[in-house]
Design a protein around this ligand. Sequence first.
Ligand SMILES: *Cc1c(COP(=O)(O)O)cnc(C)c1O
Length: 430
Amino acid sequence: MENIDNNIYNMYKKLGISERVVDMAGEILSELDHRFAEIDKVAEYNQMKVIMAMQKNRVSEAHLGTSTGYGYNDIGRDTLESVYADVFHTESALVRSQITCGTHALTVALAGNLRPGDELFSPVGMPYDTLQGIIGIRKEPGSLAEYGITYSQAELKPDGSFDYDAIRAGINGRTKLVTIQRSKGYASRPTLSVERIGELIAFVKSVKPDVICMVDNCYGEFVETSEPSDAGADLVVGSLIKNPGGGLARTGGYICGKKEYVENAACRLTAPGLGKELGASLGVNPSFFQGLFMAPTVTAAALKGAIFAAGLYERLGFKAVPDSKEPRYDIIQAVELGKPEYLTAFCKGIQAASPVDSHVTPEPWDMPGYDSKVIMAAGTFVSGASIELSADGPLRPPYTVFFQGGLTWAHAKFGIMMSLQKLMEAEFLF
Ligand SMILES: *Cc1c(COP(=O)(O)O)cnc(C)c1O
């Protein structure tokens, strides 16, 4: 053991990590055994869930083929969708490379199920940035607002709990669909557990039984042993370049849920009357199947990285959200770094530890749609894939870095140690 530890230390040294950082990492990790064991158990359970769904659907070599043109009778694509439906315990699923990203998946689910005169309601406050454009909270051509679909929301209470009175008051005769965002995204509220989502859905249905409850499941997949669809959600929606693609999916999104609602979404993605029957898979089937197979352990790696980072940075006096002791319901970790130099150094470390583009230096830039400069680090195999180790943050107080992902725990650990190394080298901390 001593020998391998020495060898690992030498490797870190060659890669530019100092003894001090390695030692600190070791100290933090020795306190995290219990958390890591829990994460491994969840991954084990979810791995079995995925394998069971694949075996039940008799996934075969023939399903790893491809289709072109219209894509009629693509048995690989259709079987993959049955597997997703079984993993999420839903009647149906739409899993496609033609779904561009998470925002598009949400758009398709919303626009497919809402009609002029309907109202969309969020009981958990303001939704994710890009959703605001879809809904028309921020004026965009083609938004739901332009089609006569209105929107309202109830804020969470200051302590993060649901405001049941406001929710009851917010649901009216026109409320057709309720959108619930599981992850906090870049907001400061807590991420919702599946259990809390279940309580919320039960309440919403007690007020209006026929309302469609949709959950934006981005970053939440496989973090727990159940999904929002196990807790009453009629639709769950997410991106394949986050958790469920397991790092292997190169694009895509999914919508799982009640048959009728998934069909409505499919008719929006393709065309009315065509639905799920069309859509050439163009060779993505193997990566979608294998990515789903990898997703439980990849999600576990990302979670370990997040908790490790929280522990490490807390020890240095920074505020980690969530902290290293709190239960986790998504893979996003925020650390309030307090100074722009720290934020930049952190991102440089993540970039320097990447398998791709490790030699480039991230710089803050004026990203469209943001009111301050943003710095981003992502040395990813799949462009912009945030299931791979990546970090970003706006250059404004409190200079919070948001980071997520890590296809393997060893890489997540290395990346986080390198972030600290860069802080140290700039002599910001020591
Ligand atoms: C990532 C994300 C989305 C979708 O974002 P895309 O970048 O379009 O994939 C939506 N909601 C939440 C909470 C997210 O984290």
